[in-house]
Design a protein around this ligand. Sequence first.
Ligand code: SAM
Length: 267
Amino acid sequence: MTRPGDGGRRGRSDPTGGYYFGIYHWRRRLRALSVALVTGLVAVALRSTSRRPAVRCLSALAAVWAVSRFYRVGKRLSSPPPWVVERYKYDALAEALDLSGTERLLDVGCGTGRSTVALGSHLPPSATVLALDVFDDRVILGNGPALARRNGRLAGVDVVPVRGDASRLPIATGSQERITACRVLHDLPAERVAPALSELHRVCAPEGRVGILELPLTPDGVEDDPEHYWRERVLGAGFSIERLERVERSGEREPYIVLVAEPTLDG
Ligand SMILES: C[S@@+](CC[C@H](N)C(=O)[O-])C[C@H]1O[C@@H](n2cnc3c(N)ncnc32)[C@H](O)[C@@H]1O
């Protein structure tokens, strides 16, 4: 298993600051913060107005729960902070995929450009990254092509944003030598995973490769071991698997999954 570190980055230096990648999973996390806040306020109000020992005891417990929940969700909301690239996982993918000499990379589900910036630093300076996303704010607050382009510019990476859906890629068949999908497939509804993977297969050049970086998660409603699930889905889309690695996640028990796949002729 690869361990987190800041190694692997070549060529370009980070700007002293200025990246902004937006806030991930903001709806779910802000909702959880609001629930904790309201619970805490109600608990404090009850405790200060009631004389009944049972109510005072329960409201004290509720207040403790609310404070701890608020702290944990608040920490997640800024993890990683919106200005941090957190490169180690992308570096592991870039190395497994071998991006040296790649002049064009298609980064599907690029969002505000975190993966694009990190992967782009492994490409030759003349390279272009097609940064494709639906560019709405369902997952990331502030998601949009302008932010992806701006973050790319700060990193010295030529980013061309493309608005599109992973399961209907506006990209020519067999045209891409290297394709990445970082932390995006688990966000799709389960029934859209197979269409998205067959689109990656369709646009991949015959000698090309697809690199997938996934959290240890499956789409909503799917009960399966994530590594087994993603492996089977990728094979089912007509790829052979060249590499499957685990990348330790800082502060978490379950690792990232890095998967490099090649299209088979009869896929
Ligand atoms: C968790 S973010 C990952 C962003 C970036 N790749 C990274 O590693 O930080 C998932 C991204 O997938 C995008 N996305 C979700 N469904 C998509 C779809 N059907 N087609 C293309 N992009 C999609 C979201 O808009 C979001 O930007």
